[in-house]
Design a protein around this ligand. Structure first.
Ligand code: NDP
Ligand code: GDR
Length: 372
């Protein structure tokens, strides 16, 4: 039985990858952080009681900032594959916490690679690094492919650039099987609530049910190449099954604006929204409401406003990937479109908002967190 170790198992990708590896018969180990509240919601449905025999999912406390902890976990497991998905993954937050982001996202990657080498596992353990389209930042070529020069635009992207090159360096220096997946934005109903797609599907669902008055956004002209996390974790696994380690861009090859995504999500709730303004002084006003999914919304209502707080000190305005290499070499193609994914996300968030509204109606009100 193959053993995999996943850092970031409690995150969006970690949860989908765990499902995939368990299906494939792996023993899956994950590193979770100690937190004052439960933080394993995304993998709770996969939890196996450790008191029973033959459990194939095991969680270990740890942190990418803790060298001895990582080394001990890797020594105990001797994994066949390590998926380094753990990171401070929010670009805007990286401007607020640049040093922490560098420690976890850059040096954290080095800590794992060095542990593998130090323990003499470099011929056994294959390593996947969660690299990112943010490396392209101020884009030097459209679309972006494996050979496009990098120009990172945030402390997050700069830290991930170190991680990218240290993985390449360990591959070249020590003949390690280390691969970078340069993944473009990928989303799902499990996406963190403060990333833009989820903020929109959750925010508009809450507005539809009268739980929030308005969605406050940053740069809605931004263009992204959005895919579904389920499609993308499949490729993470495929990359470690190659004969020789190589890096791949993973994207859909289609881009949309944040504004378009808002329009889709509203439409999935039966709301037609029209924008007026210039991206700074801009509002989204309801012109029509159809069906019964948005009982709290009326024509004329302003449901989208711009809050400059959400603009970034340096923005990545446009990203569009070229996934040809992944298709040609590994036969990977994404199966879920951004439009379909938006519908799935709205359905999940609307269900949660309905539940919330029902509790409220019965005097069991819970606070709704609206911080972006
Ligand atoms: P999430 O933010 O959903 O998950 C990040 C995971 O990392 C969580 O499990 C989190 O733990 C964990 N983590 C954070 N800090 C530490 C730390 N100090 N030590 C150990 N673990 C830590 O990200 P995604 O699942 O969306 O992304 C997975 C990886 O892929 C990340 O590295 C991200 O940067 C990268 N990436 C993501 C893309 C995307 O569009 N989703 C695109 C390209 C790259 P906790 O749950 O406790 O917070
Ligand atoms: P990104 O994702 O920065 O691309 O990083 P995010 O969803 O945060 O932003 C995408 C674009 O939307 C614009 N935007 C807003 N973003 C947020 N979060 N909140 C807002 O209110 C808002 N309004 C407009 C942003 O400015 C940006 O242009 C994600 C993360 O998953 C990274 O870890 C990963 O590496 C990259 O995708 C690829």
């Amino acid at each position: 039985m193959k053993k995999a170790l996943i850092t970031g198992i409690t995150g969006q990708d970690g949860s989908y990858l765990t499902e995939l590896l368990l299906e494939k018969g792996y023993e899956v180990h994950g590193i979770k952080r100690r937190a004052s509240l439960f933080n394993t919601q995304r993998v709770d449905h996969l939890y196996q009681d450790p008191h029973m025999n033959d459990t194939r999912l095991k969680l270990h406390y740890g942190d990418l900032s803790d060298t001895s902890n990582l080394t001990r976990i890797i020594r105990d497991i001797e994994p066949d594959e390590v998926y380094n998905l753990g990171a401070q993954s929010h670009v805007a937050v990286s401007f607020e916490a640049p040093e922490y982001t560098a420690d976890v996202d850059a040096v954290g990657t080095l800590r794992i690679l060095e542990a593998i080498r130090f323990l003499g596992l470099e011929k056994k353990t294959r390593f996947y690094q969660a690299s990112t389209s943010e490396l392209f930042g101020l884009v030097q070529e459209i679309p972006q492919r494996e050979t496009t020069p990098f120009y990172p635009r945030s402390p997050y992207a700069v830290a991930k650039m170190y991680a990218y090159w240290i993985a390449v360096n360990y591959r070249e220096s020590y003949d390690m099987f280390a691969c970078n997946g340069i993944l473009f934005n990928h989303e799902s109903p499990r996406r963190g609530e403060t990333f833009v797609t989820r903020k929109i599907t959750r925010g508009l669902s809450n507005i539809a049910m009268g739980l929030e008055p308005c969605l406050y956004m940053g740069n809605i002209d931004s263009l992204r190449d959005w895919g579904h996390a389920k499609d993308y974790v499949r490729m993470q696994w495929m990359m470690l099954q190659q004969d020789a380690p190589e890096d791949f861009v993973i994207a859909t090859g289609v881009q949309y604006s944040v504004r378009e995504f808002i329009t889709w999500a509203a439409a999935d709730l039966g709301i037609t929204v029209e924008f007026s303004g210039d991206g700074v002084e801009e509002t989204g006003t309801v012109t029509k409401v159809e069906g019964d999914l948005a009982p709290a919304v009326e024509p004329g209502q302003v449901i989208v406003r711009i809050d400059p707080r959400y603009f970034r000190p340096a923005e990545v305005d446009t990203l569009l990937g070229d996934p040809s290499k992944a298709k040609e070499k590994l036969g990977w193609v994404p199966e879920i479109t951004a439009r379909e994914m938006c519908r799935e996300m709205v359905a999940a968030d609307h269900k949660a908002a309905r539940r919330h509204a029902l509790l409220k109606e019965h005097g069991l009100e819970l606070p709704v967190s609206v911080e972006g």
